[in-house]
Write a protein that binds this ligand. Structure first.
Ligand code: IMP
Length: 434
C-alpha cells in the first residue's frame, strides 16, 4: 500500500498534528523525516492535550508505530524527557518508538552555537528556536556530526566527539570568547542516555520497506513547512532541513513510486514565527484579534506568532514544489470574527504584478499584496458538522482559496477536536485496493 506525505504548506504551525490524527486510524507507521525538537505538534485526543516536539504523533494510537527516520536531528536529553512524559501518561513509548541509527545528534555545542550565532547577528538574527538545529545540520553536511548509532559504541563516540570538540572549542574560545567544553563531561552525559535509548535503535529503512512490501500504510509526517525549507523557502529565514515532499523521500529513504498522496496542510490565514519577509502580514487590530482568537503562540517557544491574510501566491508556490493531491484547511473558525476577509492573489513590485512566487528575494521582501476582498460570515462555525451547513460566505471563501492554490481542498477544520473536521470531498483516505 502506498505512502502518504503530510506537509505544511506555509511557515509551519498549520495544524499537521490534527491531519495525522485524522488519518491515524487507517495507517500503520507514522514517520518523522526531518527537523528536530524545533517542532511543536499539539494533538487533542478526547479531553487530553498532547504537545509533542520530536516523537511522531503516531505514539498516541496503539495501532501505529512511530518512527524517527534518518533525516531527523535528535537531542537525546529532550527525547528522553518526552518519552518519560508520555510514559507517565500511560503510553508505552520505550516499547514502540523506532529510531534510525543514521539520525544525527544535537550536541551541547550545537545548542550553545545556535545561541551565540543568533546573538552575534544582533538585529539581523533569524529568530531560531535556539534548539541547536542549524549547527547540527551544518555538522551533518560537513561530515563531522555524531549519529544516534554512535551512542551505542563508546569507542567511536569518544573518537568522533574528540575530533569535533577540538574544532568547536577553538570556535567557542576564539570567536565567541567562551570557555571550552569538556569531552569527558559530554561523553558521560550522552553515553549515560544510551542504555535507556537502546531499545529504540532500529533499522528504520528495513522497517519502512518491509512494511510497504507487506501492504501496510505509511504516513510521512513533516515538521515546519514549505516556506521554511532550506532550499525552497524564504532563505535565509528558514530552518536547516527540507520539510517539502521531496524531503520526505530522502529523509525516510523511500522512492517516489511509493507515494500516492501528498496532503498539504494550510491555515485559512497565514502565520509565521521568527524573522523574515511576510507580504500579507497584519500590523493592526485585525491582526491582534487574529492572534488572540487563533491562539497563535508557539508550542515550542511560546512566542507570539505573526499573522496575516491568506496568500494565494504562496499557496500556489507550495502546490508547485510539493505536488499536493489534497489540501487540509485548518482554523477556518477563527475568521468568523471578521466582517471582511482578504486574500492575496498576486504581488505588486516596481510596476509589475507577480502571480507566482518571485524569482528574486528583493522582490519578495518588497512585494505589496494585491488583495481580493470577500465578505466574512461573521458567526461561530465551530459546531458545524457537515460541510454543506457552513454559511454560504464561508463556502465561497473556501472556493476562492482552492482556486488560488490550484489543489483540491478535501477537509476543513473548524476547531481543535477531531469531530470539528468537515469533509468537503468524499475521497477514501487510503486506496481500497491496498
Ligand atoms: P530553527 O529551525 O530553530 O533553526 O529556526 C529557524 C526558523 O524556523 C525560525 O524562524 C523559527 O521560528 C522557524 N521554525 C522552526 N521550527 C518551527 C516550527 O515548528 N513552526 C514554526 N516555525 C518554526
Amino acid at each position: 500500500m502506498p505512502a502518504t506525505i503530510i506537509v505544511g504548506a506555509q511557515w509551519g504551525d498549520e495544524g499537521k498534528g490534527k491531519a495525522t490524527d485524522l488519518l491515524a486510524d487507517t495507517t500503520d507507521l507514522v514517520v518523522r523525516y526531518q527537523g528536530g525538537n524545533n517542532a511543536g505538534h499539539t494533538v487533542i485526543v478526547g479531553d487530553q492535550v498532547f504537545k509533542l516536539h520530536l516523537i511522531p504523533s503516531g505514539i498516541l494510537y496503539p495501532n501505529v508505530l512511530p518512527v524517527i527516520a534518518d533525516g531527523v536531528v535528535i537531542d537525546p536529553k529532550v527525547m528522553l524527557e518526552e518519552l518519560d512524559g508520555l510514559q507517565a501518561r500511560g503510553l508505552d513509548p520505550f516499547a514502540r518508538v523506532r529510531v534510525s541509527g543514521n539520525a544525527h545528534l544535537i550536541m551541547p555545542y550545537h545548542r550553545e552555537l545556535d545561541l551565540l550565532i543568533e546573538r552575534r547577528l544582533g538585529k539581523n538574527n533569524l529568530g531560531t528556536t535556539k534548539r541547536g538545529i542549524g549547527p547540527a545540520y551544518a555538522d551533518k553536511a560537513s561530515r563531522v556530526g555524531l549519529r544516534f548509532q554512535d551512542l551505542f559504541d563508546e569507542k567511536i563516540f569518544r573518537q568522533k566527539l574528540e575530533a569535533a570538540l577540538e574544532h568547536k572549542n577553538e570556535q567557542l574560545a576564539r570567536i565567541y570568547n567562551r570557555l571550552p567544553m569538556d569531552v569527558e563531561e559530554i561523553a558521560r552525559e550522552y553515553l549515560g542516555y544510551a542504555e535507556r535509548l537502546r531499545p529504540l535503535l532500529t533499522d528504520t529503512t528495513d522497517l519502512i520497506h518491509t512494511s510497504l512490501e507487506a501492504g501496510k500504510h505509511i504516513i510521512l509526517e513533516g515538521a515546519q513547512g514549505t516556506l521554511l525549507d532550506l532550499d525552497h523557502g524564504t532563505y535565509p529565514f528558514v530552518t536547516s532541513s527540507n520539510p517539502v515532499a521531496g524531503g520526505a523521500l530522502t529523509g525516510a529513504g523511500i522512492g517516489p513510486r511509493h507515494v500516492d498522496r501528498v496532503i498539504g496542510i494550510t491555515k485559512a490565514y497565514v502565520t509565521r514565527v521568527g524573522a523574515g519577509p511576510f507580504p500579507t502580514e497584519l500590523f493592526d487590530e485585525v491582526g491582534e484579534r487574529m492572534t488572540d482568537v487563533g491562539g497563535e503562540y508557539g508550542t515550542t517557544t511560546g512566542r507570539r506568532r505573526r499573522v496575516g491574510w491568506f496568500d494565494g501566491v504562496l499557496a500556489r508556490y507550495a502546490n508547485r514544489v510539493n505536488g499536493f493531491t489534497d489540501l487540509f484547511l485548518t482554523k477556518l473558525d477563527v475568521l468568523g470574527e471578521f466582517e471582511t476577509l482578504k486574500v492575496a492573489t498576486g504581488y505588486r513590485y516596481d510596476g509589475q504584478v507577480y502571480e507566482h512566487f518571485p524569482p528574486h528575494q528583493s522582490i519578495f521582501h518588497h512585494a505589496e499584496p494585491v488583495f481580493e476582498e470577500l465578505p466574512g460570515w461573521g458567526s461561530d462555525i465551530s459546531a458545524v458538522t457537515e460541510y454543506d451547513d457552513l454559511p454560504r460566505a464561508a463556502r465561497d471563501y473556501i472556493d476562492v482559496l482552492e482556486e488560488q492554490a490550484g489543489a483540491p481542498i478535501t477537509w476543513v477544520s473548524v476547531g481543535p477536536q477531531r469531530s470539528q473536521t468537515l469533509v468537503r470531498r468524499d475521497v477514501p483516505l487510503v486506496p481500497a485496493s491496498g
